[in-house]
Structures are given as structure tokens and as C-alpha cells.
Design a protein around this ligand. Structure first.
Ligand SMILES: [Zn+2]
Length: 79
């Protein structure tokens, strides 16, 4: 039986039930990638809901970009 595999499975299980901070406390920062695989990228403290969008020009087209996270939110705002 692979001990490493069991440990990995434990971490994967923890990833689904712990917050990112709790996970880091238990398993160390370097294993946060496992948490991210289960939950998506660890978002910084600022939770972005794209409240401040900027109009930018890209290849002659106007796109909407979030001022805080820099994400292209054109589809979200219009679509
Ligand atoms: Zn944003």
C-alpha cells in the first residue's frame, strides 16, 4: 500500500471540506495547489464581484475590464 497515495487522498479530502487558510495550516502552503485543484484558484483576500469595470480598447473593439482583478468581464456584463 502506498503511504504517499493515502496521504494525498487525505489532502484531497481535506481540500473539499477546509477553507484555503485551514488547509494551509494543516498541510503547509506548498500543498495549496491540491486545494486549488479541488476548488479553483485560491482567491486573494479581496473578493471581486466586478463592481468597477473599465472600458478598454482591444484591437479596435471596446471591452470591459475589471479594475480590481483585471479580468475581461465583457461577456458577464453584456451577455
Ligand atoms: Zn474583478
Amino acid at each position: 500500500m502506498g503511504r504517499v497515495k493515502a496521504w494525498l487522498m487525505d489532502m484531497e479530502e481535506d481540500a473539499t471540506r477546509l477553507s484555503a487558510d485551514e488547509f494551509k495550516k494543516q498541510h503547509g502552503k506548498k500543498h495549496i495547489y491540491i486545494w486549488e485543484e479541488a476548488n479553483g484558484p485560491e482567491t486573494p483576500k479581496i473578493k471581486c464581484h466586478h463592481k468597477t469595470v473599465l472600458m478598454e480598447k482591444l484591437d479596435g473593439e471596446s471591452i470591459l475590464v475589471c479594475e480590481r482583478c483585471g479580468e475581461d468581464v465583457t461577456g458577464e456584463v453584456i451577455g
